[in-house]
Ligand binder design. Sequence first.
Ligand code: C2E
Ligand code: MG
Ligand code: MG
Length: 705
Amino acid sequence: MKHKEYDSLIVGKENAISYIADYNTYELIHLTQKAMELFKMKSPEEYRGMKCYKLLQGLDAPCPFCTNDKLSLDSVYKWEHFNDVLHRWMAIEDMLVVIDGRLCRLEHAYDITDQRRQIKRLSDQLTVEQILVRSLNTLAASDDYSLAFNSFLEQLGRFYRADRAYIFEIDYDKRVVSNTYEWCAPYVTSEIDNLQGIPIKYISDWLKKFKETGEFYINKLDTDINHNREDYNILANQGIESLLAAPLLTGGRTVGFIGVDNPTNATNDMTLLRASSDFVVEELKKRRLIQKLERASYIDMLTGLNNRNRYMEVLKGYETNPPKSLGVVFADVNGMKTANDTRGHKYGDRLLIRVSEILSLAQNCHVYRIGGDEFVMLFENVDKETFDKKVIEIKGHFDQDPDCDVSIGSVWTQDEVDINRQIIKADELMYAEKQVYYRSVLSNGRTARLGISEEVAREIEENRFVVYYQPQINIKTNQIIGAEALVRKKGDNGEIIPPDRFIPYYEIEGVISHVDLFVFKEVCAAMKRWRNQGICLNICVNFSRVTLMMPDILNEITRICEEYEASPKNLTIEVTESIGKMDQAYIKNLFDALIDRGFTISLDDFGSKYSNLSILNDLKFHTVKIDKALVSRLENNEKSQIIMRNTIRMCHELAATQTLAEGIETEGQYRLLSNYKCEYGQGFFFSRPVAFDVFDDMIKRGGKE
Ligand code: C2E
Ligand code: MG
Ligand code: MG
């Protein structure tokens, strides 16, 4: 058969790459012109006799995918195959033909590489779109930005089958770029910590490319990037050979980039990176705004000082991590309300700014504006001498500024710093300075801040506060004469929170009166029940001096008594020595009115703090409660015994009051107090504070716990 005659077998298949080979020997018999060109054959002589598998597939033995056994004379076998010699995809039609009595295979192949790519692209793009939608949903759905970005990056990384996917953000002020979010494939080590604060100049080439082409990629690190460049070292150290990155743009400026390292899928396809970059920018903006708001929520907008939120955070931090020593300064502007009323709010604002400036002159401390006209300074781990000097300096500054009239209280302690107590103390001392202004300040700056007041009211509604009773004993007869009502709070998990943990805070917040009056009400209700059962007891209720300053406290107490038909005769109002720091005329009037209505008044914690004896002279108390600190030192301590004996005597003789010793824990203490003619006692030796039912049981049994 001639060359031309073979061609006649191939009529209508001009576009195909065709050949004829011997079915049994695999020897090539004929190649069409197109096939000759593709396989670089100049003439038929060159290929004749060559094995088809050698020339066409580059193999030394019949192809493992040879289709000969699938062929027949009356049908066409169609299949697709990637030709390794041509690097092209082929759609193939094979058939058997008999030529000159020889059984031959005839193959027509069509190059379908381009179509295949197109289809792949289409399906890739479909995936890109799906991934994009999924990623963006992830970003939008989660409030936790780290989580949202991390899972977005994971989808990106998985799509590109990359080692890492990441977000870098540029800080133009500091001229650095940092890796802010990262996803790593399993077995790939995280690099984020090594990629913080990289000088922006290291990526100048990237920025240029971002600007020019909207992308930056490295196909092969070794050849694409000059080895002297800083970014080469950084990338090489991470084992990066290739990468794709797209800029994050805000107003045309590159503010960062997202990228993937060592991608093995869609390596030329930036679609997903580019398409998601806009959304990432939006989310980053949102996140920044939130951060800004969070920061702002720690800053007082007027003065730029740390605000009450920050202050509360710091106090909370002290609970687990107290400083070795702490100096606290409380400063409260005098006459703020008058200043606002008479000279306007602008003037008031300027005054507060001036105060904050003066306080900020002090070093080694943090200054907080915790309320309208209240400031606190915390000096951590500053020795007492330095602290005292600083306080004198601060006072000196204020003395020189006649417009800034500020009351200042300060306390310093070390070792087992009890923050709450200390702050209360500093606060109390500040109040001492403030006697003249106290009441006017109370009516504006010191009123409960909105929110906390409602919270406490709600907690009372929800029965979160419970009243415990600690029996009080007549030391002579050993009989229970009554009890002190002591409040507790139930925590979220039902745990009992002792009053020291929340009362000082409520006092500072000005909301303590809610709690005090709640306890008072509960006590009156209990007394009504007891009275119906023929039981008559005296109950002491603690009243914070902040509660006593309430403008209509007297009416409120009277109203509650009337509501529960409780007799003031059996009710004792317990106040602490700190009332000595209050406006004496006001306190005296209030006490007179209370006594007038039949209440008894007891002075709590006597001998614990200032031991201001003159208070016994100035005010009339029915009972003085001697602090447990004095009681606990009694045994085997002659000096303490002398102090105790004389304190009791002094109360009897000087002030004509009875005494009650608090915190009696041992029989020895009890005996000594009995010898000293202390009338009443209270303490763990008799009973701890107990819930109503337990106390109720106790009195009905008429005995001990
Ligand atoms: P406080 O009025 O001096 O109450 C006595 C405290 O000493 C109680 O602590 C009591 O449990 C404790 N105590 C009693 N006997 C002993 C003893 O033998 N040894 C020792 N180590 N401690 C003893 P609690 O109940 O934790 O109350 C602490 C403070 O909280 C009270 O001191 C009082 O100042 C305040 N507080 C309690 N309830 C109220 C309230 O309803 N309103 C106000 N404003 N303050 C309250
Ligand atoms: Mg008390
Ligand atoms: Mg006490």
